[in-house]
Design a protein around this ligand. Structure first.
Ligand code: ZN
Length: 686
């Protein structure tokens, strides 16, 4: 653990800026603080709303992330109002939250950390609290008291495990006030608190104590493998990923039966070492690293004991059995501790460990799946360290339950914004680097979907994906080169999707071309190319999508971008109209074959979309203008006037219809064809 404090950088900062600087230093080290964990505070004098100087504590807001925090993330609370609470015997969580709400200097500030009293009851100016891995390895230990004494030699006080709240804050306050020589307090199965007269002093003590814990762990490990050595032969990288992609949709179905999850796959060396170790299963069942982890990882992961070299069907059967066992075990745990006081949360795991393959983490989106996965990677690290110095131990199932069902945490969940229409969904849009496909990708992402952008040009796909990630958060889109006519490339791309997100809910099959020419003039090559892209391409992507959707068992939606030319073909568009008719006929058969799996299949028929479209090349424009006997620059106007609404049709108009057919609002519609053409009488579906 490195001390990263720089006097040069800290020079000239105000109190509040120093607090931000200190917090960001702590947040930048994942060995100390993960995603919203930990907190810091500073007691200062500020002016109240009348301009009178008063003592306040600036403390990190609940849920804000230290590594990216700013001054707005530290609400100020009046200390004169808080300090008398130390004399109380007890205080409920609800009363505490309501009380603290009234102590805020600015009522519009974000809500202060639920560990606020822990900071307030300590007499020191600056307080730092983290869930440092190395310290947790010492406290989550079968020999915790010996190990803590050996490592810290009396420099810290130790407070027995209690859920955060008034009682824990009071105990910590008492421990510190009675022993002024202490550098900090270790919270059993939770973390470390240090203090100082300045942000630098509290930070220095923190780093020093964590470094001592790390050194102690290092000596204990002595380079030995602590999880019993490798138990099985590892697959090579390609084989492992192929099998992982194959079974991911089954897993996604198993953990998503009450609400869909996005799955993140992790086969990093540390994870593989753990799942392949002789004692991995036993160690993973002991319990969480801290109560903070429970919200993200549940108390224990699902351990699916399969042989990765078995046939996929046998692996899938074993996964189903393991998931059933997990749900039954979770239900027993809930029933043993809830006494009917709260409804059961979903009983599905957030972490799935599979020997030979690695780990999947589940979340409502790619970001939360990533957070859960990172938290469990740190748990693996902590377990390994603890095993070297006495043996990993955790809190009791009762304490796990109290952490998981803590009303304050459950309340936080209710503050999350309402879910969007396609949240938790994964969509793949072909031909989406430009034009209609791009507009569809943008629209689906705006409604919460994770979007896979595919096209022929990898860089262009990535550019669209980057924009979506910029707008909606990291991990929300990926860009993949995929030639829809290349069977191997299509298979490989869908494998990538399963590795990135765990499966697929929506396919928008859009990629297409529009060759022109009278049939008696058309070369076989041009005819064949139209068939390859406009017919076979749709078949290849639909086949992969349907296979994944059936394995998930969560239903699904396929939307095909057809054309007005299917019901109303045009002169010189023979190859186009015939190949698109094949696409549409196939789409109808897909609807027939997949209804029993809850997979819907519908078609949109656009007409005359000029904006950003690759279909309307200069050649096509000239040719169509000639066919209609009008100048090229009059073409768009000609098409506009041709439809009943006399409307120009845009890519966004098509995207809106695709959104409707892709999402739950059209849940009872399959096999349908929806024109987006401003009304063309000849093209009315019938
Ligand atoms: Zn904490």
């Amino acid at each position: 653990m490195q001390n990263r404090w720089s006097d040069e950088e800290a020079d000239g900062l105000s109190d509040l800026e120093l607090l931000v600087y200190q917090s960001r230093l702590l947040g930048a080290d994942p060995g100390l603080v993960l995603w919203g964990g930990g907190n810091t505070s500073l007691k200062v004098t500020e002016a109240d709303f009348r301009g009178s100087p008063i003592s306040v504590m600036r403390i990190k807001a609940s849920g804000s992330d230290m590594k990216s925090c700013s001054t707005g993330d530290f609400p100020a609370l009046r200390l004169d109002d808080i300090l008398p609470l130390f004399e109380r015997e007890s205080m409920s969580d609800e009363e505490m939250v309501a009380y603290l709400g009234r102590c805020m200097l600015d009522p519009r500030s974000p809500r202060p950390s639920i560990e606020t009293l822990l900071h307030a009851f300590l007499p020191h100016k600056s307080i730092v609290h983290s869930h440092a891995d190395a310290v947790i390895a010492l406290t989550n230990n079968a020999s915790a008291s010996r190990v803590l004494e050996d490592a810290f030699q009396g420099a810290v006080g130790v407070v027995e495990y209690l859920r955060p709240g008034f009682a824990l804050a009071k105990r910590v306050g008492e421990a510190a006030r009675g022993n002024p020589e202490l550098m900090g307090v270790v919270l059993s199965n939770h973390g470390l608190i240090t203090w100082g007269d300045t942000p630098r002093a509290a930070y220095d003590s923190h780093i020093e104590l964590v470094a001592r814990a790390e050194e102690y762990v290092r000596k204990g490990l002595r380079g030995a493998s602590t999880s019993g050595g490798r138990a099985r032969r590892a697959l090579d990288d390609d084989e492992r990923r192929r099998v992982a992609a194959r079974i991911a949709p089954t897993l996604r179905g198993l953990v998503g039966s009450s609400s869909r999850m996005v799955l993140r796959y992790d086969d990093s060396p540390a994870v593989l070492e753990f799942v392949d170790s002789a004692r991995g299963k036993e160690l993973s069942a002991i319990g969480p690293a801290t109560p903070d982890h429970v919200i993200r990882t549940k108390g224990t992961p699902l351990w699916a004991g399969v042989d990765a070299s078995d046939a996929p069907a046998s692996i899938q059967a074993k996964l189903r059995a393991a998931a059933d066992d997990y749900v039954a075990g979770y239900t027993r745990y809930y029933e043993a501790h809830s006494e009917g006081s709260v409804p059961m949360l979903d009983p599905y795991p957030r972490i799935i460990l599979v020997p030979g393959l690695g780990m999947w983490s589940a979340g409502r989106d790619a970001h939360s799946a990533r957070v859960s996965g990172e938290m469990y990677r740190h748990t693996i690290e902590i377990i390994g360290s603890a095993e070297g110095i006495g043996g990993y131990a955790s809190i009791s199932p009762r304490d796990v339950f109290d952490a998981e069902y803590w009303p304050l945490e459950l309340y936080k969940l209710t503050l999350a914004p309402p879910e969007k229409e396609l949240e938790r969904h994964i969509a793949l849009v072909t031909g989406s680097a430009h034009g209609i496909g791009q507009a569809i990708a943008v629209r689906l992402a705006a409604e919460g979907a994770h979007v896979v952008v595919t096209d022929l040009d990898q860089a262009a796909c990535q550019a669209v994906a980057d924009e979506l990630n910029q707008a909606h958060g990291d991990g929300r889109a990926i860009g993949l080169r995929m030639d829809v006519t290349d069977e191997d490339e299509v298979k490989a791309a869908f494998e990538q999707v399963c590795l990135a997100y765990g499966g697929l809910d929506i396919l928008v099959s859009n990629a297409g071309i529009a060759p022109v020419g009278a049939l008696d003039q058309l070369s076989l090559k041009d005819w064949q190319r139209a068939m390859d892209i406009n017919a076979t391409g749709h078949f290849l992507v639909a086949r992969q999508a349907v296979t994944i959707m059936r394995e998930q068992g969560l239903g699904g939606s396929l939307v095909f971008v057809g054309t007005k030319n299917v019901p109303s073909p045009g002169k010189d568009f023979g190859a186009y109209s015939a190949s698109k008719a094949a696409e549409v006929q196939m789409a109808k058969v897909l609807a027939i074959e997949n209804g029993e799996y809850g997979i819907r299949c519908n078609i949109v028929n656009p007409d005359a979309i000029f904006q950003g479209s690759a279909l309307w090349s200069d050649e096509v424009r000239e040719q169509r203008a000639e066919a209609h006997g009008i100048p090229v620059d009059g073409l768009e106007e000609f098409y506009r006037k041709r439809n009943l609404l006399q409307a120009s049709i845009t890519a966004e108009d098509v995207a809106e219809s695709v959104l409707f057919l892709a999402g739950p609002r059209s849940s009872k519609t399959t096999g349908a064809m929806l024109p987006v053409d401003g009304g063309v009488r000849d093209a009315f579906p019938r």
